[in-house]
Design a protein around this ligand. Sequence first.
Ligand SMILES: NCc1[nH]cc(CCC(=O)O)c1CC(=O)O
Length: 376
Amino acid sequence: MATHEQLESTSSRPPLDPTVSSHETPSNAAAPSAGQKRSSDEAGITKSKITIGTRRSALAIIQAEQVKKMLEEAHPELEYEIRAMATMGDKNQITPLHDFGAKSLWTFELEAQLLEGNLDLIVHCLKDMPTQLPAKCTIGCITKREDPRDAVVMKKGLEYKTLADLPAGSIVGTSSVRRSAQVKSHYPQLKFKDVRGNLGTRLSKLDAEDGEYSCLILAAAGLLRMDLGGRITQYLDSKTPGGGLLYAVGQGALAIEIREGDEKVINILNAVMDEDTMLAGLAERSLMRTLEGGCSVPIGVETTWIEKGKLFMKAVVVSLDGTETVGAESLAEVLDAKDADEFGWKVAQELVEKGAATILKAINLNRPLIEEGNGA
Ligand SMILES: NCc1[nH]cc(CCC(=O)O)c1CC(=O)O
């Protein structure tokens, strides 16, 4: 079973700077205090407390709490503690997201704490995780996927429900080129504008009386986890009329990052692993890893389990200005991590054969199919 193996290839990225500041996390972190009860279970766990790292946003904390709750149900003999940290990505709200270059800005302080032993696991949105993780870090588990679709949230007080209802020139708020480029091709009469900040900030910018946005496009998953599902007025997936927007790789799934080879934590996490989500997530990430050659590209995907072991994938690559689109779709038997990796690679290759290479500035199809230790 894949659950005992390393799920994904690890990186060639340089090791983390051990001097990185961690002022948000107490330094007395992992060591259990004297007299604290130690417990064990059949998995041979001797550490009494599991420390769960997360970013500080309201959504990130809710996600960490969900994972904590699932773990408490599966392993009530253990204690759990959530430690929330502000990361570089959280602190810099001014630089446009694509200027950051690396997604790791959202995660590297947490990873440094993980490697130092001050955290036992980190809860992430799979979508926000780089395809290459730092050395000695790995995805230990992927939990059951929440609704992966993108959704429209209208400004409070507007009577419209769908993008088609909006008058020409209406402003759609999104910072995602994947979203704006795909939606633009269906709704050329709409305008798109960057909107930054966490979910709460974005919604208040939307609803502000003098606000410029008519609607936002957001991941349904984040809204649902925040109990804001009631604000969704339209889903934008390929199956919904008027939709046709493929979601981001990993969207809606939570990934738990651990120290490579940490058998104790792997055993604990087995109880909250969702195999279908994991295999679909690995296939989507293999697609992305194959297509990205240093620069990040707007890629949309949609994966559906047709039946047990049979995965259908739609994928699209769009040019930054939304004028060019290349799409592919394919069905494959996906029974393990190796199948998932191959499937993503194959769909990526189909996209390239159909002309995605002219859209992608740099492409990396020459990488070995299965990179070192890639769960195979
Ligand atoms: N772009 C940021 C981001 N990263 C993860 C989510 C929540 C959805 C998920 O878990 O995939 C969001 C918000 C959004 O895209 O609306």
